[in-house]
Design a binder for this molecule. Structure first.
Ligand code: GMT
Length: 366
């Protein structure tokens, strides 16, 4: 059986979730070795083919910034040597692709060949990667990877625009596990439940979520559930308070029970400045929950306006609220859009997308 190493951020972010689910899917046919500074939050280690190797980052008073890349590079070298890995798949260019291509170089001096697959997830390109402080190192890491994948056409074209890319970039979208039970047929709740999930970074525009909700709330009996935590949480909470919405907005922090919440949700709001894909929108759609989003980045590749949800320009809270009110007050329209959302999500079934990765790996094995 071939052995694959996966490097990812172990936190609640979409890239870590995709990497974990990919590893679990691959473990039916491969040994999968996760190399991360913590066990990924969504990783279920029940398969005997899944292994976890912790990256210990040296903390020493001299260092203001711990040398994560060096520790990761060293750990990749060790795991490849000790477990005879056949390929390393890194998620997120910064600094994972850079660490992996350096590990590849170290190993080549020992006559060990290891192909590197780099999956670009979004912020590693659109927000941080294109910054002049890291641009040439990220450019080098992408060009040195054996295969580069991006999670949407939009991310692929952003990457080609911001970097000097010599490699082809293959688009392999995010995916969702349809082997778990998904309650797709919704009857609208009497009191409509509206949901937002994010890491409350400025790119998520969580104040717009409150604005959209406050307009809907003037016309429709509804509640807003906000899941997640991050830099804009307090600002968003204060904004809801200042609008007198404290009794109808519920901030619940991080949750591992998102599926349970989605089962009883009527509408999902994602007014992001940009999203390379919008995994959380796909999760909502897999429960037949229509999405109101912006038309930025890769979102319109998933959320098709007037078909499985509605898209608007960034910041157009009036239009997003108008579309929400129209949808939530029209049962027949709601049923149709909800059904289309569910049917769209089925096209992103884990089994289909994992096999796209497997096909790509096969071309790289020696
Ligand atoms: O933006 C986030 O919530 C986290 C971020 C990450 O890197 O984990 O998500 C990015 O990758 C996801 C998985 O590919 C995509 O679905 C998200 O759209 C993308 N976020 C952005 O582009 C802002």
């Amino acid at each position: 059986m071939k052995s694959i190493g996966i490097v990812c951020y172990p936190t609640f972010g979409g890239s870590g979730i995709i990497a974990s689910q990919l590893g679990m899917g691959l473990s039916e046919n491969y040994n999968v070795h996760f190399i991360c500074y913590e066990k990924p939050v969504k990783l279920n280690m029940s398969s005997p083919n899944i292994f976890f190797h912790k990256v210990d980052i040296p903390i020493y008073p001299l260092f203001e910034y711990p040398p994560y890349e060096l520790a990761l590079t060293t750990r990749i070298v060790e795991v490849v040597q000790n477990y005879n890995l056949d390929l390393i798949h890194v998620h997120y260019a910064i600094p994972h692709a850079y660490a992996a291509v350096n590990a590849q170089k170290i190993l080549s001096e020992q006559h060990v060949y290891i192909p590197i697959v780099t999956t670009l997830h979004g912020t590693d390109i659109t927000l941080v990667g294109k910054s002049p402080n890291v641009l040439s190192a990220v450019n080098y890491a992408i060009n040195s990877s054996s295969l580069v994948t991006a999670v949407s056409n939009s991310l692929k074209s952003d990457t080609l625009q911001y970097f000097d890319i010599k490699n082809d970039i293959k688009v392999i979208p995010n995916f969702i596990d349809f082997s778990i039970n998904r309650n797709s047929f919704h009857n609208l709740n009497k009191r409509k439940k509206i949901l937002h999930i994010s890491n409350f970074r400025p790119v998520k525009r969580t104040l717009d979520v409150v604005e959209i909700f406050s307009i809907i709330n003037q016309k429709i009996d509804c509640e807003l559930v906000m899941i997640g935590d991050g830099p804009d949480l307090e600002k968003t909470r204060s904004h809801a308070l200042s609008k007198g919405l404290e009794s109808s907005v519920n901030f619940i922090g991080y949750s591992k029970q998102i599926d349970l919440v989605l089962e009883t949700t009527d509408l999902f709001l994602l007014p992001s400045e940009t999203e390379s894909f919008g995994l959380v929108a796909l999760e909502a759609m897999s429960f037949g929950v229509p999405v109101i989003s912006t038309s930025s980045g890769g979102l319109p590749e998933l959320v098709i306006d007037n078909f499985n949800g509605y898209t608007s320009s960034v910041g157009d809270v009036e239009k997003m609220a108008k579309n929400s009110i129209n949808l939530l007050s029209n049962n027949n329209l709601y049923k149709e859009i909800s059904f289309n959302a569910y049917e769209t999500a089925k096209k992103y079934d884990l089994r289909l997308i994992v096999s796209m990765y497997e096909e790509s790996y096969k071309e790289l094995f020696k």
